[in-house]
Design a protein around this ligand. Sequence first.
Ligand code: FEO
Length: 402
Amino acid sequence: MKPDTLADGVFRVAAKIGNRDLFEGIWPIPDGVMLNSYVVKGSEKRVLIDLVKDWDGALAAVNKQLDDLAVGPGNLDYIVINHMEPDHTGAMARIVAAYPEVEILCSAKAVPLIKHFYKIEKNVRAVADGEKLDLGGKTLQFFMTPNIHWPETMMTYLEEDQILFSCDAFGSFGRYESCFDDELTEEEKTKLFSETERYYANIVSSFSSFVTRGIAKLALLGIRMVAPSHGVVWRKEPEKIINWYGTLATYMNGPREKEVAVVWSSMYGNTEALLSSIVKGLESEGVPVHVLQVPQTHESFVLEKVWRSEGLVIGMPTYEYKMFPPMYHVLDILERSHVQGRKTLRFGSFGWSGGAQKQFDEFSTAMKLDCKGVIEYQGSPTEEDKKKAYELAKAMAKEIKG
Ligand code: FEO
């Protein structure tokens, strides 16, 4: 890859990561992910903002682009670390070894992390909220944005060009041929939509209240470009990604989309036997329905659809006196991600004894679900069960529609 020019003296140096690995060791990335770092050259000082880990050739790719920009060893004054997660710092020890005199600028909370992760203490300096750094004709300003998405996170703003280097915030999964939002193909735009929502739901959703707070703090800045460390640079419509994240953050406490996610699993088909009655009841009110089978669908994609939807239907049988284990895992992920307050139905079969509902009730309480009904039956559902499922689903969809 070649460096991309954002403005005079401002460049993206990026690596395209393939789909072999899981992101954070848990989330599939079938379309890969971008790792974006940025170079800002003032007349006196040069800065590299955020790093990479040596993942799928990323370090070699970034080093090559730094050479292209003549920012090799001896030609770099600062490294800014907006966020310590190893996808942005994994290669820190090797990079710093190549630039022994470089000063590392980060938040106060990142200082001990740099020491413990990479054994680096020399030339590390914590910057204050609002502090400025003069590079000669280019001025960086640092803003603490804790918990977007870990406690030490900050963002860096380039005053003269009004570019916000936001690290994980305003990011997306997926690899893109072009650097900028206005250069994407129609196919890439479609991918960007789902890969932004899934990225947010998977790694940011828990921190939604901090996202809302962070966006309010940034509202005072003129932002001409948003340059995150994953995804594309928002040059044409920077307000679009900021507003979009604002909307995604509101899904935690509502309002949400008038849609329903039906998450179901079945062992021998007896729980599945009620599925069509539920879906028909929901669709009879014209509400969009996302049907997701577990464990066949990875929780990453389940969470994406559940996060945006006002309605949630959970279908699962009893297994050894408790919930069907794959659904327990999914509900654990949903609870950790702060999915809460959804209008909810639960259905499922049991054989020798029940037990799933009792365990589901604990999740329901913890997640403050607004439970609209339960259809649980021994063996296969009766016509009466199917009728009840249809009516409960229809009533819930009607309420969601408003
Ligand atoms: Fe892209 Fe939280 O690291």
